[in-house]
Write a protein that binds this ligand. Structure first.
Ligand code: KG4
Ligand code: ZN
Length: 354
């Protein structure tokens, strides 16, 4: 089946056409327009500006994606849209656009939880889609680590999962962004911190590993961020050298990685999972990827590791299309979605409890 998906939950406008059945996955087109330049002067996403830019760009982007996919609207079997969580003004643009298209094209419209998108994003390459079909891939433990979310789920299969724990305050990506801001690094902070950390010494600052000793799977990153703030306060701004910043980036990054890896490996062992999945914007972090791979190889039996291709770590509509396929029971429930789209509203706080 062919799915046209829209994603506008934050600061990326993204549209994709995915051709998919149980055996084959073919991403016919994906276009993601980033708003980084628009928000950079403010050091963070400005919801009203984000929504306006989504409005300006979404229709041309849909046209471009259909044209690249060489597909006519009549050949689209279903529409999919991110319904939440996210910035409400931004989400509404995608949801209302989806509803208009569903009305004029007479198509089912599948609302997708943004986290579900990240959960399945590792399966977007054809080889990894094949892996999803294998019985011995499951159960899997999946860490979604992004700017808005840090959650661990136990996945029994690609469409059955259970929340094990999540951050009680800031998301890991949010902490990267805030630490970057404290150090005067550009927005978005994650890539900037990761880049500077390469020339830093991670042993320089003794930062906390919040909640690492707790028995549960929850996280807290606000305390780590505050510890960075207090460590920096010991210096007058003029004495904060490039090397000191690099050392702080490396120390902070290592503290965040230690907590993330500790919890995911604890879950992997407790639930005897055959696969470890890490996805979301922060999963683009090369040091996190390197240390994850190293640690996985020390376990017996070695779990299979799944990471999204870099183009699918951040927000994108391809993952929303794949999630729509999965939650619609491989398209079997499309008639239901043809009936229900009129009642669809964006939900900024949509919880993923399934
Ligand atoms: O998944 P995503 O694009 O959006 C949300 O759903 O939040 O994640 C964006 C987050 C930002 O906080 C960004 O700083 C972080 O992912 N990020 C990184 C890296 N690349 C992006 N964090 C650490 N290292 C990176 N290389
Ligand atoms: Zn996201």
């Amino acid at each position: 089946m062919n799915i046209l998906a829209l994603e506008t939950s934050c600061d990326e406008t993204s549209t994709a056409v995915l051709k998919i059945n149980n055996r084959q996955l073919n991403l016919l087109a994906l276009n993601t327009s980033s708003q980084i330049k628009l928000h950079a002067p403010y050091g963070g996403v400005v919801p009203e500006l984000a929504a306006r830019r989504h409005v300006e760009i979404i229709i041309p982007l849909i046209e471009q994606t259909l044209s690249q996919a060489k597909i006519k609207p009549s050949k689209i079997d279903a529409l999919a849209v991110t319904g939440g969580p996210g910035l409400i003004t931004a989400l509404q643009v995608g949801v209302e656009t989806g509803k208009i298209l569903a009305a004029i094209w007479h198509k089912p419209l599948i609302p997708v939880n943004h986290i579900t998108g990240h959960l399945v994003s590792s399966f977007l390459s054809p080889r990894q889609w094949f892996v999803a079909q294998q019985k011995n891939t499951w159960p899997a433990v999946a860490l979604v680590v992004s700017g808005g979310h840090t959650e661990i789920h136990l996945m029994k299969s690609i469409n059955r999962w259970r929340l094990l724990g999540r951050t009680l305050d800031d998301a890991a990506g949010e902490a990267f962004d805030k630490v970057a801001k404290m150090l005067g690094l550009p927005y978005p902070g994650g890539p900037a911190v990761a880049k500077l950390a390469k020339s830093g010494n991670s042993q320089t600052f003794n930062l906390p590993r919040p909640m690492i000793k707790n028995q549960d799977y929850n996280f807290s990153f606000a305390g780590l961020k505050t510890a960075v703030l207090y460590s920096l306060k010991k210096y007058s701004p003029s004495t904060i050298s490039h090397q000191l910043k690099a050392n702080m980036c490396a120390s902070f990054q290592q503290a965040a990685i230690d907590v993330l890896l500790y919890k995911i490996f604890k879950a992997a062992q407790e639930f005897k999972t055959k696969t470890i999945i890490v996805s979301g914007g922060v999963s683009a972090n090369q040091e996190l990827r390197r240390q994850l791979t190293l640690k996985v190889n020390t376990l017996h039996p070695t779990p299979y590791t799944l990471l999204p291709d870099l183009e699918f770590t951040g927000d994108n509509a391809a993952m929303i299309a794949l999630a729509a396929y999965v939650i619609s029971n491989n398209g079997k429930n499309l008639p239901k979605y043809k009936m229900t789209w009129k009642n669809l509203t964006a939900d900024a706080n949509w919880e993923l409890w399934n």
